[in-house]
Ligand binder design. Sequence first.
Ligand code: ASP
Length: 415
Amino acid sequence: MMSTTRRDFLSRTAMMAAGTVGVGAGETANRNGPADISLQYQPPKKPVIVTRETGDDTVAEAYAMLERGGDTLNAALHICQGREDDPNDHSVGLGGLPNEDGVVELDASVMHGPTRQAGAVGAVQNIRHAALLAETVMQRTAHVMIVGNGAEKFAVDEGFQRENLLTDDARKIWLLWKEHSNGWWGPGLDSPDWKPPAVGKPAQGPMARLMPRHPSEEQAPMVKDALRRLSEMADRMGIRPDLRREAALQVLWPTTGTIHVSALNTKGEMSGATTTSGLAWKIPGRLGDSPIIGAGCYTDQDIGSAGATGNGEENIKVAGAHTIVDQMRQGATPKEAGMEALRRIARNYNNDMTKLRYLDMIYYIVRRDGAYAGVSLWSTRGTGARKNFVVHDGTLRTEPCDYLYEGTTLSMHPF
Ligand code: ASP
């Protein structure tokens, strides 16, 4: 099945490159080269939004904005801001988990299809609405990306409010992590010196804190013991009883998390936005994929829009969102395009499952004609639930992601 689809795609791509087929409804070939790319995919009859679960009403509200003729980036930002404002969402904005020094640092990027503009901010402190700030960089400057102190100063100059983003809950979870962890220094997963956690004897380096989420019989006592010790520490630190287990889990398997939104209207206009507090407990100044145009977010007004949540380092190395949009430019469906980016991540590890099990990635994809997909590296989350994504195309629903590998990731990613 897969090989037929792939063969079709490859031959279609080859014919398009040779100029021997028309491309889509318009079939208007440019005599001097490939057909007019803007005619490749015709706009849908209804708007389409793809994103992750938000637990609020912002996706429906954003959809109504699109139905009223609102701008696609405004709609995407509306969803992002809902998450950034929620102190209980520890993956973005206010309440985001901090870096190793206990400081919340946010990353975000946006692309506005109709104007073909982009904006991004990285490692910005004390400013809650990172995605709106990325849009402000796009609209108010001649730059695409501003980071660190410069981004904070720019935000204040532009009228953003400066505030402490570290909530009491997030601070206590950070303290618990500090007591327990030996930090991020050391060989990463892509280093030849990396070693998986051994039974009863955690590995050295940044992956040391990763214990098997679904331990074998032999490993179970080690994991149980770690959770018990952490829960006791959490108690001593005054972490609320209802938060203790979550705190212990976030220390053992640090929460990452992000929100990406791609939005498309019936004129075929589209935008993408990605916002995050990044990898919990990161080294200060670390940027993931979210602020990187082409990795965490990419929108090409003629073709489609894509974005990612998951291990940012991996996504940067395959320029995931751009890879996906470019595959769609060559005729791939959103699912095929997403799978190709996932295969490139796997290829970077020579398809070594002992390493890939520590990674995860979800891509959220929409094509200009309204076709969409959510694809993930692994089929299920740590909890055993299927990885999923949210789509609104007139009906708001959650759908299971298509996936590259059947099984559960050992990674910390919550979605
Ligand atoms: N991609 C984000 C980062 O690496 C985190 C995430 O989505 O979980 O910063």
